[in-house]
Design a protein around this ligand. Structure first.
Ligand SMILES: Nc1ncnc2c1ncn2[C@@H]1O[C@H](COP(=O)(O)OP(=O)(O)O)[C@@H](O)[C@H]1O
Ligand SMILES: [Mg+2]
Length: 358
């Protein structure tokens, strides 16, 4: 799939602005962004459910939509899965899965339906009707129905958000393997950054109708292009500073501020896992030592709340550190803090930081 310069307005209000995006065969690309940023609109345009206003849509190198000239949805070879699964209530599971194969020869159709039911481990549900299924089963049937006609592109819009959180993890895992096994190119939309990292070969981060950054999860997490992208993928500690001699002073020593001029005001974003903690000892500089205000085990990690002395005034700086597993530190303990610089990002102070949605 190739999208070039997609633009869209609703009643004069811009919902999409010059969106370019490609998905290769067998690739899973996730579009992630806050609610209302245009994700569903983009998917609907690709599917042909929304008339294209600006740009072009290509599938397998062939133009399927230009403004005023578009191939009908059913001719595009696209499979769709929506948040509410949209199963046909009056059809059995087998008939739902076979729905896209209506024009196939009856023998081939039956064989393909069976093959897909087996692939998705839902053979025993073949005669069941949708209202008797659990949420996880409905999701599998919806995905099986979308994959059965061997689409060249699968479009998934928040396909897991209707499931409760424990079930969601299991269903996501199976879906990832099913998608990879099917070999279809997949464009999936989610508002959940962790889900995007779990599913995606590449992630496109959208904000207010535009793609702000696109890349592999590791590129986006370690090299965010903006404060918005950095703060979308995790909680971040925010510091302000001024560049002097190519560096900016922090409680953890001077940080290089490449690409910034002396005198520039900068924003420093530090992921909680970048603040590494050890018991404060004799040799530690007072400037590096923080006071633990609280430590809370969150399951996979512990969030430690710290007060650090500021470099330029007497006030304290409140920071969050995330450490793997449980820790022995508690309220009132002094800890030496060191910084993993790969998780620290310096941006011009003029760029707005946005807090995570939720
Ligand atoms: N049919 C519509 N009519 C008018 N405005 C719409 C319509 N669909 C979406 N919008 C607006 O377009 C923007 C993008 O919506 P949407 O694509 O649904 O975002 P997302 O899926 O990222 O939450 C929002 O501001 C939304 O209110
Ligand atoms: Mg949406």
């Amino acid at each position: 799939m190739e999208l070039h310069g997609i633009g869209h307005r609703f009643d004069g209000v811009r919902a999409l602005d010059r969106v370019d995006l490609e998905v290769a065969g067998a690739e899973v690309v996730c579009i992630v962004g806050p609610s209302g940023c245009g994700k569903t609109t983009l998917l609907r345009i690709v599917a042909g459910l929304e008339a294209l206003q600006e740009g072009e849509v290509l599938l397998s190198g062939e133009v399927v939509a230009l403004p005023g000239r578009q191939a009908p949805p059913e001719t595009r070879g696209i499979g769709l899965v929506f948040q509410d699964f949209a199963l046909f209530p009056h059809l059995s599971v087998a008939d739902n899965v076979g729905f896209g194969l209506r024009r196939w020869d009856a023998v081939d159709r039956r064989a393909r339906v069976l093959e897909v039911l087996e692939q998705f481990s839902i053979v025993d549900l073949a005669d069941a009707f949708p209202h008797t299924l659990s949420g996880g089963q409905m999701q599998r049937v919806a995905l099986a129905r979308a994959i059965a006609p061997r689409p060249r592109l699968l479009l998934l819009d928040e396909p897991f958000s209707g499931l409760d959180s424990r079930l969601r993890d299991a269903v996501r895992d199976r879906t990832l393997h099913d998608l990879k096994a099917s070999g279809a190119a997949t464009l999936m939309v989610t508002h959940d950054p962790e889900e995007a990292m779990f599913m995606a070969d590449r992630i496109a981060v959208m904000r207010a109708g535009r793609i702000e950054q696109i890349g592999r999860p590791v590129d986006i997490y370690y090299h965010p292009a903006s404060p918005f992208v950095a703060s979308f993928f995790s909680d971040v500690n925010t510091l302000h500073g001024t560049v002097r001699d190519g560096a900016v002073a922090t409680p953890f020593g001077a940080l290089p501020a490449e690409g910034h001029q002396d005198g520039d005001e900068v924003l420093i974003l530090i992921r909680p896992e970048a603040l590494q903690l050890a018991w404060a000892g004799e040799g530690d500089h007072a400037a590096n030592v923080g006071l633990v205000r609280a430590a809370r085990l969150l399951g996979r990690s512990t969030l430690v709340h710290l007060d650090m002395p500021r470099t330029e005034d007497a006030a304290f700086l409140h920071l969050h550190s995330r450490v793997p597993r449980n820790v022995a530190f508690g309220e009132g303990d002094e800890v030496a803090v060191t910084l993993d610089r790969s998780q620290v990002f310096v941006f011009p102070a003029s760029e707005p930081v946005s807090v995570r949605p939720e």
